[in-house]
Design a protein around this ligand. Structure first.
Ligand code: C5P
Length: 242
């Protein structure tokens, strides 16, 4: 069946869903980094991220985190609820890495005194700048209540996923979340977790060796990129049969 394409991102495509208020989220093998200056393909990534993100969304729903996820449809697609995406990337950091190290000249791997939550504006032209609550509320990207909800959800997600991943020998260094607004029949709005949670959007290090098992392997040309994603899927028990 040919479905209407609603939006094409760097790693995913959104199609019109089978019922009103739903979308089909298709996971591509395409990878980009550094605001799409670096481009490539990680063969099989879409299949793995579809499974890994499904797994995380289902576990989070079990602890009462509202998400856009409905069900996985096939190897590369999942059915999700259509939400109004809040134009922010919510990053939670437990250990210094990536742009945090560049900004503060911190050594990679330094444990942070507590989990730090940051907001970035989703804007490719501007290169997703770091923004404060003041910018967010003044420009109306989100209301104070929305921000409060996102902060609390992000911290709960961090606590839960950190423990879950530690159980399979992985350290959750940092990750990025996106949220959306969803209205129910009574026109009540609530904030729900959207997008995906996968090795594209998380930094995951082996607990014992600190080996990187995430997109940093692609960003930094470390090799064995697909193998790293497979290893994460294997540890979570969601590696598809070959
Ligand atoms: O690059 P930076 O250190 O700010 O990234 C923090 C976390 O957010 C990393 O886990 C990274 O994979 C994720 N991220 C993302 N999409 C972006 C920017 C960061 O998934 N556009």
């Amino acid at each position: 069946m040919r479905r209407r394409r609603i939006y094409e991102g760097k790693a995913k495509v959104l199609f019109e869903g089978p019922e009103p208020g739903t979308l089909v989220q298709y996971f591509k093998d395409d990878a980009t980094a550094y605001n799409a200056q670096k481009k490539g393909v990680i063969t099989g990534k879409g299949v793995l991220n579809n499974r890994i993100s499904e797994f995380f969304m289902l576990r989070l729903a079990e602890i009462g985190i509202p998400t856009h996820f409905v069900r996985r449809l096939n190897m590369r697609e999942q059915l999700v609820r259509q939400v109004e995406i809040i134009p922010l990337e919510v990053v939670v950091r437990n250990v210094a890495a990536g742009s945090f190290c560049e900004r503060f000249k911190t050594e990679e791997g330094t444990a942070l005194p507590r989990s730090i939550v940051e907001y970035y504006l989703k804007n490719d032209e501007l290169g997703d700048p770091l923004v404060t609550e003041e910018h967010i509320t003044a420009f109306g990207w989100a209301a104070t209540q929305d921000l409060d909800d996102m902060l609390h959800l992000a911290l709960r997600i961090n606590d839960f996923l950190s423990g879950l991943l530690m159980g399979v020998g992985l350290k959750l260094v940092d990750f990025k979340l996106e949220f959306g607004r969803l209205w129910d029949e009574e026109e009540q709005m609530r904030i729900v977790l959207a997008d995906e949670i996968s090795p594209d959007s998380c930094r995951l290090w082996d607990l014992k060796t600190n080996e990187k098992l995430d997109k940093d392997r692609f960003r930094r040309d470390l090799g064995s990129v697909a193998e790293a994603y497979q290893e994460v899927a294997r540890r979570l028990g969601v590696l598809p049969e070959a």
